[in-house]
Design a protein around this ligand. Structure first.
Ligand SMILES: [Zn+2]
Length: 448
């Protein structure tokens, strides 16, 4: 039996001094701080958080391990306080759109993950017959794109294809995660910018090419289809606060629609992005300062459920070869290891409590992925996924010290608050002040 304790344990309803008793990888009981055992790890005044869960990560393996991989991504996760990742079905090759392809990803992951992981399946134009078999094979839900994902190999779905897929997804009882931008407004805006010979090295050009309307119209379509098919819909990486009223109305109506946003939309603002700064290219784009504040307000109001990183690295030359052109650079932000510190830095400036951050980054993601029967809270019976977090120490981000595959991130040089000291996955210490466990023991998670 091991006991991990601190003066500030982030429990479901309070932040209290407590001792967490661990047996066989599970939380056996929660005792008063003074409780003692032969093996006691005392984290002092540091927070003990439930392990964070990132439901939006592009690990890119198999097939694009030169972009990222299970070894590097899960080390970045452990160092950043994430104890579970849920991997997206695209950018890896082949895409996770059939059971056969799912097996290839499971084989790539097995024995290489420092933290636990789950897998999303893909919904593309022609794989309706794979939807139910993928559920039986263990995917936690599905991801689809309404606009081109920036790389070939994962096709978009149109309304007709969604009408076929969504009843099957509803039958499986799983969520459909949607990249909610429609191509119409993007194509129209891009054509106008091209006609005006706009400079693609200017961030303003890129921002104008992905208007709010693309998100709003996509979200309206998904709300309509969720209502029709009673299918759970999760809007990934919401960027436009303009879409919030429609989402709020859908939820008030009782539709099963949830929403995530990402650390970069909560940290950066368009007004501050330098021309040519393509490390900050992502889709949908980082919008205005005012928009950012509205996203924070929506998190507090419950209009946005959770924060996921959309960690999507690539080889450095895919960001730089474009020589500052936002049209040509790869769209994706590498941030996994920094997600907690980024959100905590901004939360502190807004007087937001750690328990809120934990709800957005652990409790709600667990619910989305169907893992809340054993993860997402410090509660007796749950997996002992625990993070010792020093909320006060600050650091300046040095990309060379990050664990993900390539030493690039738009947070380079930023000063962030909060350091992950130690990370436990199912009771085993996987990261401790820069040192990793010798053996990766992460396993695939399944639903209850
Ligand atoms: Zn993504």
């Amino acid at each position: 039996m091991t006991l991990i304790r601190s003066r500030r344990v982030v429990l479901p309803n309070a932040v209290d001094p407590a001792s967490i008793e661990i047996h066989d990888g599970r939380i056996a009981a929660i005792h008063a701080y003074e409780y003692s055992a032969s093996t006691t790890i005392d984290a002092g005044d540091n927070f003990i958080l439930p392990g964070l869960i990132d439901t939006h990560v592009h690990i890119n393996e198999p097939g694009r391990t030169d972009w990222e991989g299970f070894h590097t991504a899960t080390r970045a996760a452990a160092a950043g306080g994430y104890t579970t990742l849920v991997d997206m079905p695209l950018n890896n090759l082949p895409a996770t759109t059939t059971v056969e392809n799912l097996r290839l990803k499971q084989n790539a992951a097995r024995g290489h993950a420092m933290v636990d992981y789950g897998l999303w399946g893909g919904v593309v134009h022609d794989n309706a017959c794979d939807i139910l078999p993928l559920a039986s094979a263990g995917v936690l839900g599905y991801k689809c794109f309404l606009a081109h994902p920036g790389i070939d190999g994962f096709s978009v779905v149109n309304r007709a294809q969604l009408e076929t897929a969504m009843p099957l997804i509803a039958e499986a009882g799983l969520p459909l995660l949607v990249h909610a931008e429609l191509p119409g407004p993007i194509d129209q805006a891009t054509a106008q910018l091209e006609a005006a010979r706009c400079d693609w090295k200017r961030y303003a050009t890129y921002l104008a090419s992905r208007p709010d309307a693309a998100e709003i119209e996509a979200i309206r379509l998904m709300i309509e289809l969720s209502r029709k098919h009673r299918c759970r819909v999760h809007i990934v990486h919401l960027s436009s606060a303009e879409a919030l009223p429609d989402l709020q109305a859908a939820r008030a109506e009782g539709l099963p629609v949830t929403v995530e946003t990402c650390p970069h939309y909560l940290y950066f603002a368009a007004e501050d992005i330098a021309d040519g700064a393509t490390l900050l290219k992502c889709a949908p784009p980082i919008r205005s300062h005012t928009n950012r504040e509205r996203l924070w307000q929506a998190l507090l109001d419950g209009g946005i459920d959770l924060i996921a990183t959309d960690h999507s690295p690539c080889p450095p030359d895919m960001k730089t070869h474009a020589q500052g052109s936002f049209l040509e650079a790869w769209g994706g932000i590498a941030s996994l290891e920094l997600g907690l510190s980024v959100v905590w830095t901004e939360a502190q400036q807004r007087d937001i409590a750690i328990s809120q951050v934990v709800r957005w980054m652990s409790g709600e993601p667990a619910r989305l992925a169907g893992l809340d029967h054993r993860k997402g809270a410090i509660r007796a019976g749950n997996d002992a996924d625990l993070v010792v977090f020093d909320p006060d120490r600050k650091r300046q981000v040095d990309p060379m010290r990050l664990q993900h595959r390539h030493a690039i991130t738009p947070y380079a040089g930023e000063t962030l608050a909060g350091i992950v000291e130690t990370t436990f996955v199912r009771g085993e210490k996987v990261f401790d002040r820069g040192v990793f466990a010798s053996q990766p023991k992460g396993i695939q998670c399944s639903r209850a």
